[in-house]
Design a protein around this ligand. Structure first.
Ligand code: NAD
Length: 316
């Protein structure tokens, strides 16, 4: 009889982490979450009743607890909202460096596979569009987003270093904007911002003229992508990096209008100055992932927004 595989999910009480936990439990895994509840919420996991699940309060900047066995480590822990980049700059920088080191050490100790959650922010304000994995990015090392962007870049470099020196199996995903149920309404990222403004009847705040573009991926598609990267054979995905996201690109102004279409509201659109280093364009080239893995995103923006609005309304 084969033993139940054990997955450790850092940041498991967060938006993406909690959906990942659901997916792993549904597939029969034993799952342990490590979270300091900084930006995540125990409520995101309150629905879980499985005996195969354990949540632990733990800061990943500290050495991981001892485990009897670990098969997969999903390193999702990190605040990800631009609203936190200044107020939690050091915490973010260390979570993505020391925390990533601890996650890799855990994988090394147990001969486990590590999934590293990186970000499209490693491309900075890109001069190449759409962004493919070979593009090295345009990041301002001293800018306001640097604690997040540069620590994610360092985390990737550290993973490559461990792979080269100790042969640790690290697979990296660069996640592009993802949204869905369980995002905090006050999270500070654009979709929860717009949705909560619309639901309150407040005007939607668009930074700049709103012509900057983004591509938004629905959470179920993203989680399916992460699972496909980890499930792939070593010769397909071992030690490699994959962009994951949705290629449907639109302006922020179009997004605001799409939100006004799905929420019954009197809200209108207002403009505020664009923050420094805000990327002008953002769209993933996902051909590497769709070519190598059995994965492609399938939920369109209108459909995904409707599902997210329904969840936001329910949780009010
Ligand atoms: N959602 C996106 O669009 C997106 C895009 C790119 C990358 N990512 C990455 O995906 C991961 C998850 O993001 P999310 O959107 O779910 O954000 P989130 O804030 O909802 O989740 C992050 C989780 O990590 C926990 N955490 C933060 N620092 C920690 C620490 N030092 N120790 C233990 N736990 C800690 C938080 O409490 C939270 O539960 C992050 O690594 C983020 O950088 C997300």
């Amino acid at each position: 009889m084969t033993e139940t595989p054990h997955a450790v999910v850092t940041g498991g009480a967060g938006f993406l982490g909690s959906h990942l936990v659901d997916s792993l439990l549904a597939d029969g895994y034993r799952v342990t979450t490590l979270d300091n509840y900084g930006s995540g919420r125990p409520a995101n996991l309150a629905h879980v009743e499985s005996e195969r699940f354990e949540s632990r309060e733990h800061d990943v900047r500290d050495e991981f607890p001892d485990f009897d066995r670990v098969d997969e480590v999903y390193h999702m822990a990190s605040r990800a909202s631009p609203d936190d980049f200044a107020s939690h700059a050091v915490e973010i920088a260390l979570t993505n460096s020391e925390g990533t080191r601890n996650a890799i050490e855990c994988a090394l100790a147990h001969d486990a596979t590590l999934l590293l959650a990186s970000t499209s922010e490693v491309y900075g304000d890109p001069e190449v569009h759409p962004q493919h994995e070979e593009y090295n990015g345009n990041v301002n090392v001293r800018g306001p987003r640097a604690p997040y962007d540069e620590s994610k870049r360092f985390g990737e470099a550290l993973a490559v270093a461990y792979d080269q020196q100790y042969d640790v199996e690290v697979r990296t995903v660069r996640i592009f904007n993802t949204y869905g149920p369980r995002m905090r309404p006050d999270d500070g990222r654009v979709i929860p911002n717009f949705l909560s403004q619309a639901l309150r009847g407040d005007d939607l705040t668009v930074y700049g003229d709103g012509t900057q573009t983004r591509s938004f991926c629905y959470v179920d598609d993203l989680i399916a992508g992460i699972r496909a990267v980890v499930a792939a054979d070593r010769d397909v995905a071992g030690g490699d990096v994959f962009n994951l996201g949705n290629t449907e690109e639109g302006t922020i102004l179009e997004l605001a209008k799409a939100v006004l279409d799905v929420v019954d509201t009197e809200s209108e659109i207002t403009h505020e100055p664009l923050p420094q280093d805000d990327p002008e364009v953002r769209r993933p080239d996902i051909s590497k992932a769709t070519g190598a893995l059995e994965w492609e995103p399938s939920v369109g923006l209108a459909d995904g927004l409707e599902r997210t609005v329904a969840a936001f309304e329910e949780s009010e």
